[in-house]
Design a protein around this ligand. Structure first.
Ligand code: NAD
Ligand code: UDP
Length: 339
């Protein structure tokens, strides 16, 4: 089997490459390196002792995509490529719509030309908005509050509309909860540009001395300790979820949607506490006001993926904190940015 991974040099894509290569799947990556480094793929190759075919370029480039499909044998596509920062999406919405929607449309068009009908899409729990109850199942109502989230929901809608007329395709929408942690080797991990928006990369940068103290966004939520609760999933578990989803790329599987989460929520203070204990480090923090757009709690009901994909997250919060710190402490400045 040969798969094309768009955005495969990025955080989740690079971890997924490892799981696929370990299954003897041939991996072709297209990435414009706008938020990643080729070094991630070099390290994936050294971890697995297998080769990846890498094409540097933009998924919206039709001719480039054609040249990839023309070489033949692409059995399916996992579409990770996209811009992903909520705050930035409010500042440059057109770039988010252009990048995140046109990349999917272009891919689908070229896949049709080459009769490649297997597609896995990186969606997000953000499509559930502020859920009325918990845990979240796949049939919950969908709503979004920012351009990034809207691109995820619009992509899902595009795929649902497309499938109505192309029901010989196999399409899987994977709704990720909060991907965190790093490969246990410490060789690949999350390498955000600038000051991290997400909780765990912020904590690891405080721990490594790059940032002064963590700002905890509110301790007055309706949660046991007042801080926000999320479903943190180890990126290796998430990557394995993609390998499991390949089962659905069988003729006649249709369009399937899965939550990829652990089913268990942790608060910001629980994360800080676990990180400190596991790594024997003190994390300075202060409570500040709530961040606009944040919700109190969000966690998955992952039982559909557990049953239908025979997949379950196995790593716990301690593993997550240990592996995130292993990556950050071994790579205080992330990857080198040049190819
Ligand atoms: P990432 O930024 O590390 O990876 C995305 C990759 O896509 C990067 O390597 C980037 O260079 C590339 N890219 C972006 N636009 C491109 C384009 N037009 N052409 C070619 N390459 C392009 O992000 P990630 O955390 O690995 O996320 C992967 C996917 O999962 C994204 O679609 C993201 O929205 C989604 N997702 C991420 C999270 C999360 O918290 N990390 C949560 C839910 C969903
Ligand atoms: N959070 C925080 N300080 C930070 C970053 C995040 O207190 O610097 C909180 C945030 O309010 C939320 C949780 O940590 O309750 C997870 O936030 P993240 O941005 O990682 O994920 P998302 O909000 O997108 O689910």
């Amino acid at each position: 089997m040969k798969l094309l991974l768009t955005g495969g040099a990025g955080y989740i894509g690079s971890h997924t490459c490892i799981e696929l290569l370990n299954l003897d799947i041939d991996v072709v990556v297209i990435d414009n390196l706008s938020n990643s480094s080729y070094h991630s793929l070099e390290r994936v190759q050294s971890i697995t002792d297998k080769n990846i075919t890498f094409i540097e370029g933009d998924v919206r480039d039709k001719e480039l995509l054609r040249s990839i499909f023309r070489q033949g044998d692409i059995d399916g596509v996992i579409h990770f490529a996209g811009l992903k920062a909520v705050g930035e999406s409010n500042e440059i919405p057109l770039q988010y719509y252009d990048n995140n929607l046109n990349s999917t449309i272009t891919l689908l068009q070229i896949m049709e030309e080459y009769d490649c009908r297997n597609f896995i899409f990186s969606s997000s729990a953000t499509v559930y908005g502020n859920p009325e109850k918990l845990p979240i199942t796949e049939d919950f109502p969908l709503s979004v509050t920012n351009p990034y989230g809207r691109t995820k929901l619009m992509n899902e809608d595009i795929l649902r509309d497309f499938y109505k007329v192309k029901n010989n395709w196999n399409i899987v929408l994977l709704r990720y909860f909060n991907p965190v942690g790093a490969h246990p080797s410490g060789l690949i991990g999350e390498d955000p540009n600038g000051i991290p928006n997400n909780l765990l990369p912020y904590i690891t940068q405080v721990a490594v001395g790059k940032l002064g103290k963590l700002n905890i966004f509110g301790d007055d939520y309706d949660t046991p300790d007042g801080t926000g609760i999320r479903d943190y999933i180890h990126v290796v578990d998430l990557a394995k979820g993609h390998a499991a989803a390949l089962q659905k790329l069988k003729i006649g599987s249709g369009l399937n949607i899965f939550n990829l989460g652990t089913g268990r929520g942790y608060s910001v203070l629980e994360m800080v506490d676990t990180f400190s204990k596991v790594n024997n480090l003190k994390i300075d923090y202060q409570i500040v006001s709530r961040r606009e757009g944040d919700i109190a709690s969000c966690y998955a009901d992952p039982s559909k993926a557990n049953k239908e994909l025979n997949w379950k997250a196995i790593y716990g919060l301690e593993d997550i904190c240990r592996d995130a710190w292993n990556w950050q402490s071994n790579n205080p400045n992330g990857y080198k940015k040049t190819r």
